[in-house]
Ligand binder design. Structure first.
Ligand code: CA
Length: 256
């Protein structure tokens, strides 16, 4: 039961307390941002709490109209979408997102184990589905698999040169030696490693690292980048002037 290993692992990074820009302590391994659209308050809140305890930044929406708006205007690493929703039903919301080019993975929740719901959901662009009632452990395991698939990673370990990051355990090593990162440093590094070789803007980093309520100060990103460079090497993250940052694998770069 590999997902249980992940859930029970304690974090190997230290959440810095009292530092500027430090959010709640991250107990899990992730840095990722999830939207839940679910109109049952008990289930929605329970899902949110569980995912937050696993280190995800979570937004919860309770109707289709608001949920659609958030999914269209914010960046999420994955969406958990109930089908039976007030205002706009889940299938319609999903179809709208896909027509708008929103390609985040979507896990659909169906009210029962219904084949017609499943087929309709997959036709509308869902990546996976789960029938209620379900175990939250299963939901988290599926969510993790969806995100990993979407980012093209089949293993829980991300690498760039001598840097290795295990998304399951939260462990980071440099040439095999463990490196301690604060929660925010870990989130930032993990996001860049999930998007290795691409330029990531400060705004995107802020959106993925903090949930909606966080005070979004882009200067804190520069501080975190500086600290990561001190710990992992000056060339691990490249500043792309005016655009943001990129993390490249030295093996993919031309020499010289
Ligand atoms: Ca519902």
């Amino acid at each position: 039961m590999s997902f249980l290993d992940g859930l029970e692992q304690s974090a190997h990074f230290t959440a810095a307390s009292g530092e500027a820009g430090t959010g709640p302590t991250v107990e899990g391994e992730t840095d990722l941002r999830i939207l839940i659209v679910e109109d049952e308050p008990t289930l929605g809140n329970q899902l949110r709490n569980t995912l937050e305890q696993n280190g995800y930044a979570v937004d919860l929406s309770t109707d289709g109209e608001d949920g659609h708006y958030l999914g269209s205007s914010e960046d999420y690493d994955a969406v958990i979408l109930d089908l039976g929703l007030p205002e706009i039903d889940g299938l319609t919301v999903l179809g709208m997102w896909r027509r708008e080019g929103r390609n985040f993975p979507v896990l659909v929740l169906t009210a029962r184990d219904s084949w017609s719901d499943k087929v309709a959901g997959l036709d509308a662009g869902a990546d996976d589905y789960l029938a209620k009632p379900f175990q939250t452990e299963e939901l988290i395991a599926r969510l993790r698999a969806l995100i990993r698939r979407a980012s093209g990673n089949t293993s829980s370990e991300l690498t760039a040169g001598d840097v290795r990051l295990d998304t399951r355990s939260g462990r980071v090593t440099l040439a095999g030696a463990p490196v301690k990162l604060t929660a925010q440093e870990y989130k930032l590094l993990s996001y860049l490693m999930h998007h290795k070789g691409k330029v990531v803007s400060r705004t995107e980093l802020i959106e993925h690292i903090y949930d909606q309520d966080f005070d979004r100060d882009s200067n804190t990103i520069e501080v975190f980048v500086t600290r990561i460079r001190k710990k992992l090497g000056a060339d691990v993250i490249t500043t792309i002037r005016g655009l943001g940052y990129s993390l490249d694998d030295p093996a993919d770069q031309p020499r010289g």
